[in-house]
Write a protein that binds this ligand. Structure first.
Ligand SMILES: NC(=O)N[C@H]1NC(=O)NC1=O
Length: 176
């Protein structure tokens, strides 16, 4: 159900937030905010408005945004309480089918990361496989806090772009 950007621009506030409320995980305030700056010429313009909102957040706001993300292969996955988007992304990277050694390694490193930084490890699961995710998780544990905050936000933006592309026709497709 891919909408063209003109249709997105014409949505009521409620429909707009229903459609786009989870392009940043559990942060419908972002869709609610960018509704004010319609119309968007293209999907990329909509994406840019979202990124502008995120970049304008204070550092505490960026950390809050990271904290809205569920752990990879974490409790929400086990209990079936992930959002649909996150469930599909995590399954795509094999996070729902880890062997017990990888599962305990993920759990240990996720805890270590959160202990060190005060926010969870975030990575665009659709752009990485299991081996990559485990390697990045253990490497990124050693970064500085400010570096990781910025890195996590970069990953949030990648996740957002792919979630947008699943809902809205891309710029090229619009011109067809
Ligand atoms: N923690 C984390 O990275 N979570 C996520 N990554 C992703 O691609 N989807 C998520 O929910």
């Amino acid at each position: 159900m891919n909408m063209d950007i003109a249709t997105v621009n014409a949505l009521t506030y409620e429909d707009f937030v229903n459609l786009l409320g989870n392009v940043v995980e559990k942060c419908p305030i972002i869709a609610a905010a960018v509704w004010s700056v319609r119309p968007f010429l293209t999907l990329t313009a909509l994406e840019a408005a979202i990124c502008e909102f995120i970049d304008a957040l204070p550092e505490s706001g960026k950390e809050g945004l990271l904290r809205c993300h569920p752990d990879l292969a974490g409790r929400d996955l086990q209990s079936g309480t992930l959002t649909r988007e996150s469930r599909e992304e995590q399954a795509g990277a094999g996070m729902d089918a880890l062997n017990s050694a990888d599962a305990s390694r993920m759990a240990r490193l996720n805890e270590e990361y959160k202990e060190r930084f005060g926010f969870p490890f975030v990575i665009c699961a659709r752009m990485n496989d299991k081996a990559n995710i485990l390697r990045q998780l253990s490497e990124r544990c050693r970064n500085e806090r400010a570096v990781e905050r910025a890195r996590g936000i970069e990953e949030v933006k990648k996740i957002c772009r792919l979630r947008l592309e699943a809902l809205v026709l891309t710029d090229a497709a619009n011109k067809l």
